[in-house]
Design a protein around this ligand. Structure first.
Ligand code: SF4
Length: 114
């Protein structure tokens, strides 16, 4: 599988292969971060998710994000949890808005003070 490493602007082109015994090999990287990225992308790809959560009594929504990256398979469920939530003010940056969003094990936190 070919992919581009997105960890820095150099954008190394990686070739990631999984052998029959389950070993993952990465070529094309020029630093250890690229090798780790290639393995992660093949075995358990994850992404940070950002979004907006409704605020009770206000038209302006609260910007939020996942505290850490979540598995790609959980992204739709995490976005749905954001869509379903309503938060009460006040809120500070870093406050947990939705704990363990959609059973992902990752909290959704505020990225603004309101
Ligand atoms: S492998 Fe290293 S140098 Fe290449 S894009 Fe990834 S982080 Fe940058």
């Amino acid at each position: 599988m070919k992919m581009i490493c997105i960890n820095c602007p150099k954008g190394c082109e990686l070739d990631v292969e999984k052998s029959a015994d389950g070993t993952v090999s990465v070529t094309g990287h020029t630093c250890p971060r690229g090798e780790a990225y290639g393995k992660s992308e093949l075995l358990n790809p994850t992404r940070m998710v950002t979004g907006l959560v409704r605020v009770a009594g206000m038209r302006k929504p609260l910007p939020v994000k996942t505290r850490t990256a979540v598995p790609k398979a959980k992204i739709d469920a995490v976005l749905f949890a954001m869509h379903q939530a309503t938060v009460q003010l006040p809120v500070a940056i870093g406050d947990v808005i939705i704990p363990d969003a959609a059973g992902s094990g990752v909290d959704i936190v505020a990225t603004a003070n309101m």
